[in-house]
Write a protein that binds this ligand. Structure first.
Ligand code: PLP
Length: 430
């Protein structure tokens, strides 16, 4: 087959660069019209040539062309064979864990995402699935938690909000020695900065809501694996639970904005003056590489800036040599990502004064969007954890979590600086 016409379906995407995969994997021009971007396939049902036969799709919960494009694309970025999308990151977690069946045991990293903790302790427990939460800073810690019915080990790295790392390779080896499976929630770094399947994980999951979609307007999740048996089991769960994303959300998370025509016209204009104009045509997965580079570069600059700031006690960012696991971050990650946390001097009153003064950085939960978002875990995302457990995890009242956006970094630093100055000046007045 001539090279220029080779179908992307049959191309070995593992050999090409990240952005090439992000733009092309899973996607072929429409067979009927030649449309470069596959149309959104909203139909819930598909005409069958004969009873009991179909052309790949029969009912949209079981399989949908727009969803399939997205699943294949993320699988290619994670260097996995199979992708399965769900209506949220949380639905992905629930579908995986519930596929284990009753009388199963799970070992989870102790500072796991709050919603995952809630699912393990309040929901999975009701279906006969028990969970131990373990500090995995030292991978050997997990050894004594394995039981004959341990089916799964669940980790995140870096964790939220204290950005502690877990050594994926070291954990994978121990998990496989015990005949269990390793799931890595890779939401924080995105497939651009970390590929857990390459490090020995069996399944990688994402809250697509965060970096993969990247524009804070879609809630979705995805799981990727190379294990065919597990894929078939999870596909069965996807169809049985029915927690599938809408074709429209798959389309948004994959690529193209509203107002495409408008943007095309705008693009032609910008083409003349600005080589980056193509970015205006794309969103979601297709721009993951350029977004992640910008997030990480801004985060590194801001981490260094805050580390020297007189009102900051500590900056936690795996890219800083001061991070206790900086060496591990260099070894298992391809970059350091866009999430950082810092501890302010003073009290929660200072933190509140600081937050009230920010101009461009928005006080809100969630992360991974192009806009900078900041939050106080102790009273927001992690408020439901007991004070003692928060203390054990290092989630103090003055710990601030920052999802660094892709705005101009000078503007972000100015914004932080003026708000920090305000936070302590106002205290003197009281
Ligand atoms: C947000 C998040 C989730 C849950 O995803 P939803 O799409 O909100 O259900 C899971 N893990 C991590 C690390 C997250 O940040």
């Amino acid at each position: 087959m001539a090279k220029g016409n080779s179908s992307t379906e049959h191309t070995n995407h593992s050999e090409v660069g990240f952005s090439t995969r992000a733009v092309h994997a899973g996607q072929e021009p429409d067979k009927v019209t030649g449309a470069v971007i596959p149309p959104i396939s909203l139909s819930t049902t598909f005409k069958q040539p004969a009873a009991g036969e179909h052309l790949g799709f029969d009912y949209s919960r079981s399989g949908n062309p727009t969803r399939q494009v997205f699943e294949k694309a993320v699988a290619a970025l994670e260097k996995g064979k199979y992708g399965l999308a769900f209506s949220s990151g949380s639905a992905t977690t629930a579908s995986i864990v519930q596929s284990l069946g009753a009388d199963s045991h799970v070992i989870s990293v102790n500072d796991v995402y709050g919603g995952t903790y809630r699912y393990f302790t309040k929901v999975a427990s009701q279906f006969g699935i028990s969970t131990d939460f373990v500090d995995m800073y030292d991978p050997n810690n997990i050894e004594r938690y394995f039981k004959p019915n341990t089916k799964l080990v669940w980790i995140e790295t870096p964790t939220n909000p204290t950005l502690r790392l877990v050594d994926i390779r070291a954990i994978a080896k121990r998990v496989h020695n015990h005949g269990a499976m390793l799931v890595v929630d890779n939401t924080f770094l995105s497939p651009y900065f970390q590929n857990p399947l390459e490090l020995g994980a069996d399944v990688v999951i994402h809250s697509v809501t965060k970096y993969i979609n990247g524009h804070s307007d879609v809630v979705m999740g995805i799981a990727v694996t190379n294990n065919e048996d597990f894929y078939n089991k999870l596909k069965f769960m996807q169809n049985s639970f029915g927690a599938v994303p809408s074709p429209f959300d798959c389309y948004l998370a994959r690529c193209v904005p509203f107002l495409r025509v408008f943007h095309c016209l705008q693009g032609i204009l910008y083409d003349v003056i600005n080589n980056n104009s193509r970015l205006l045509h794309r969103r979601g997965l297709m721009t993951l590489e350029v977004r992640m580079k910008a997030h990480a570069s801004n985060a590194m600059t801001i981490a260094r800036f805050l580390e020297k700031h007189r009102y900051i006690n500590e900056v936690i960012y795996p890219g800083l040599p001061s991070h206790p696991q900086h060496e591990l971050a260099q070894r298992q990650q391809k970059g350091f990502g866009g999430m950082l946390s810092f501890r302010m001097k003073g009290t929660l009153a200072n933190v509140n004064a600081f937050l009230s003064q920010l101009q461009y950085i928005t006080l809100a939960e969630s992360l991974g969007g192009v806009e900078s978002l900041i939050e106080v875990p102790a009273v927001m995302t992690h408020g439901s954890i007991s004070t003692e457990d928060r203390a054990l995890l290092g989630i103090t009242d003055t710990l601030v979590r920052f999802s660094v956006g892709i705005e101009n970094v000078e503007d972000l630093m100015k914004d932080l600086d003026q708000a920090l100055e305000h936070a302590y000046v106002s205290e003197l007045k009281h």
